[in-house]
Design a protein around this ligand. Structure first.
Ligand code: PAF
Length: 286
């Protein structure tokens, strides 16, 4: 696996591969790689001739008072894991490489509508930072395919919309969430949990699973389901930002005709802010 730290080196390596033909898949990450990230790499390997991974803890997607400084960084371990999973190239830039001009970009990518709701309401500016860095990384790597975890479902929706609106020539693939045996979604932020909290944190998955089951069984009072799920999490010691049932396509409130829904939640436990979601497919012809 080649490791490059500068945009110019990245472009030179990619130019060689492009000249030789063959497709390129890209997995952007913030590092501290866990089984969820490695599943993205494995999926990418099956779909393209070359796999590029980036590790960059992007400052523009963290708000003031958020965990930018504390975000877990494990570069040596990440390199080892990526070698084991046969990634072809790791792009490991610093902030000056991604954001020249003293880290002060004048241009940002905004995806209004999708970005201010759900997590965006609690993390103002977060999706602007995500869309901007993902746009820059996609412009640098110019992959055929880019893979993102479905755990960050709102992020995936924002990125799909950006790519569509800006005519970016890349296929975006959402990859199902990888979970701990307890059901807890894999996340770098699980590192903030004590072993007891980590075990308890699976309540978020079990609560969403119960709510999703109620919808599948025909319950249509979504505010009631959301309220019940919120209460269950609060009773379990979580501080809940939201539990919400939306349609998958654009995260709008579902109508009776919508058959592809998602129930999403964000909640705090100890030092960690956790997010999770479950996709729901309904048979609306019944
Ligand atoms: O999901 C992440 O790890 C980040 O938000 C991403 C997509 C790498 C952008 O910094």
């Amino acid at each position: 696996m080649r490791i490059v730290r500068r945009k110019t080196e990245l472009e030179a390596a990619l130019a060689q591969w492009r000249a030789a033909g063959g497709s390129i898949a890209f997995v952007p990450t913030m590092g501290n790689l866990h089984a969820g990230h490695l599943h993205l790499v494995d999926t990418a390997k099956m779909r393209a001739a070359r796999v590029v991974v980036s590790i960059f803890v992007n400052p523009t997607q963290f708000g003031p008072g958020e965990d930018l400084a504390a975000y877990p960084r494990t570069p040596e371990l990440d390199v080892e894991r990526l070698r084991d999973h046969q990634a072809d190239l790791l792009y490991l830039p610093d902030a000056a490489d991604v954001y020249p001009d003293d880290g002060q970009p004048a241009t940002f990518v905004e995806v209004p509508g999708l970005s201010e709701q759900l997590c965006g309401k609690f993390r103002p500016g977060h999706f602007r930072g995500v869309a901007t860095v993902v746009c820059k990384l996609l412009n640098r790597v110019r992959p055929d395919l880019a893979l993102f975890g479905q755990k960050d479902f709102q992020q995936l929706t924002v990125i799909r919309k950006m790519v569509r609106d800006l005519d970016m020539a890349v296929t975006i693939m959402g990859v199902p969430t990888v979970r701990e045996p307890s059901g807890l979604a894999m996340s770098s932020r699980n590192a903030y949990l004590s072993p007891e909290e980590k075990e308890h944190a699976s309540l978020i998955f079990h609560t969403l699973s119960r709510a999703a089951e109620a919808v599948r069984e025909g319950e249509r009072d979504y505010p009631r389901i959301e309220r019940k799920a919120t209460e269950a999490l609060e009773a379990g010691g979580f501080t809940v930002d939201y539990v919400s049932i939306r349609r998958q396509r654009d995260l709008a409130a579902p109508s009776a005709e919508d058959d592809a829904l998602v129930i999403l939640a964000a909640a705090h436990l100890g030092r960690a802010r956790l997010i999770d979601n479950i996709l729901i497919s309904l048979d609306t012809t019944r």
